[in-house]
Unconditional design. Sequence first.
Length: 303
Amino acid sequence: MQQPPYLQPGDTIGITCPAGFMEYKKAEECIRVLQDLWGFKVKVGKTLGGESKTYFSGTDEERLDDLQAMLDDDEVKAILFGRGGYGMGRIIEKIKFKKFRKNPKWVAGFSDITIFHNHVSHNYKIATLHAPMAAAFNDKGYLNKYVKSLKGALTGEKANYSCRVHKYNQQGEATGALVGGNLALFTHTIGTNSEPKTKGRILFLEDIGEQKYNIDRMLTQLKRAGKLNNLAGLIFGRFTDTSDTDRPFGEEIDDILYNLVKEYKYPVCYNFPVSHDAENYALKIGVEYRLNVAKANVTLSEQ
């Protein structure tokens, strides 16, 4: 797996919105911090705060052109997405990666960006960043350790994260390349050119706004597709803003997860800080990590 060059002071970070619309003012704090506090230059794409009147930040063609320009721009050393939402799957097959493959750069985001991460990792063996996006900088979010982990990942710091133990944790130690992201989008890669391999890898999953039965359904789909077989390890992040049907599903979220994976013998941890909330560590897709699920704590360290 090839890792792009790490950033140096004065390097340029591009900001673009390849999916949902984002008002420019919601990225102003991010731009300020990147320039004034982190020491980078910023190039803003046309899709941030554009003139779109729909859910999307522009038409498929406009979003594709803006992202393509950032990928091909030699001045831009990394790309930070403004937000996710929905839309990457509509343009991923049209992106030209020829220049990006010769001169890779870090591309950072999460949620809908899961499609991009797994497409690039699977097809081109280039590492990308599942990480906080522009909105995470607001309300002094740039001061928390999760947004700071984005800076660390971009500048070459090796990650060493930890989290609390959970009653359902399956203890053990595993080393493998990291794969995963948003549960819904990861599931949607099955049967496409973006479908990643999971054998021998550490899989992480998180989601937001899903009903309990849908989380069960998507994990069951991954299980039936063989994506949970022969993992090195499994990390469940946070499943936030979940809801239930009028007639209760009958299990809490952690119980749903546990009952679907309890048969596997590899290490499993629950409630790891990767999510749609503020607790969202930067993780390098395709890069090797060591997961240690112990009785007293859980650690995930970049190798």
